[in-house]
Design a protein around this ligand. Structure first.
Ligand code: UDP
Length: 312
């Protein structure tokens, strides 16, 4: 009865479901909400029998009603891969804007602290490298990625406005590329695409010449960073990601090696506005949260590979 209660939107998604696990482990009462457009009930099936967990089907872009007290809200609902938000541009814009507004209103009504999931996409195709939190970004508002990037930028703006105007306790995490079990094999992102292709015996599709870079963080590290940020007293955006940067071509080669497959790399056109480089500067996370990633890409990829094998 005295447990702290946390609402997790997108609770059946890749990150949302891992957050459910983590908060239950820490002794919280967890309420997961999802409309399952990209989430999967299988990700939280193992929690359904628990009396400290509940799930309800709902769309946070509409009015949200949650009975009882709430101590924390984590807003993680959103399509999060380029092909998903291209398929669902309006829903992506709505969940980042209206969905965030609803969560902020709910947090205010309940006197809860809220953490919103922002993204390295607020930096767009960055002209500053590595990216630190003071960089304003380079985003094309009307390009194909604009629906996600601008929704998340609006999310940050309205979250700060609730903080300054309503004195709401708010936290903003800027999440860089993250991977791990419970990603969807068909979500179109580089890692599931490459692992899926290797497992099916298909060639790996690298977009462009593969010289664009990303920095991949294993989800356990990310969840730890988010947990620490929520419990900190820092209201401004904090990058959470792994600074270990790699080109997409080298990444595809790593996956061919890991999966022991004889597949080749084939090259496809680079999608419009695809960022050329991305690497988090995590000085702030280190200083404020005492956080840095601990799991190497080699280790994390092995775990993720085993997961995808079990899914096929
Ligand atoms: N990418 C690729 N082949 C694929 C899927 C993605 O070469 O089958 C590239 C994509 O163009 C981008 C990088 O891999 O440069 C990371 O893409 P992802 O969709 O994983 O994430 P984001 O672009 O949002 O960082």
């Amino acid at each position: 009865m005295n447990k702290k209660r946390v609402l997790i939107t997108g609770g059946a998604g890749f990150l949302g479901s891992h957050l459910c696990d983590r908060f239950l482990k820490e002794g919280y009462y967890v309420i997961a909400m999802d409309n399952l457009i990209t989430g999967n009930i299988k990700n939280i099936e193992h929690l359904m029998h628990r009396d400290d967990f509940e799930y309800f089907h709902g769309d946070v872009s509409n009015y949200v009603h949650v009975p009882g007290k709430l101590d924390y809200i984590l807003h993680f609902a959103s399509p999060a891969s380029p092909i998903d938000y291209l398929k669902m541009p309006i829903q992506t814009l709505k969940v980042g804007s209206l969905g965030t507004h609803n969560c902020l209103g709910l947090a205010r009504a309940k006197g809860a602290r809220i953490l919103v999931a922002s993204t390295s996409e607020v930096y767009g195709d960055p002209t500053v490298h590595p990216q630190d939190e003071s960089y304003w970004g380079n985003v094309n508002p009307i390009g194909p990625r604009g629906v996600y990037d601008e929704a998340k930028r609006f999310q940050e703006a309205i979250t700060m406005a609730y903080h300054t105007y309503h004195k709401l306790e708010t936290r903003i995490v800027r999440i860089f590329n993250t991977y791990g079990p419970r990603m969807r094999l068909n979500d179109g992102r580089a890692l599931p695409a490459f692992l899926g292709q290797a497992l099916r015996g298909e060639d790996l599709t690298v977009f462009g010449d593969g010289s664009q870079t990303r920095s991949f963080c294993f989800m356990d590290d990310l969840i730890e960073g988010i947990y620490r940020l929520l419990l900190s007293d820092y209201p401004y955006p904090v990058n959470i990601g792994n600074p270990d940067e790699i080109s997409i071509k080298e990444f595809a080669e790593e996956i061919i090696k890991l999966t022991n497959s004889n597949q080749k790399i084939i090259y496809k056109p680079l999608p419009q506005d695809d960022p050329m480089q991305r690497q988090p500067n995590i000085t702030k996370a280190k200083e404020i949260l005492g956080w840095e990633p601990k799991i190497s890409r080699e280790e994390g990829l092995k775990i993720t590979y085993e997961y995808f094998k079990s899914q096929l």
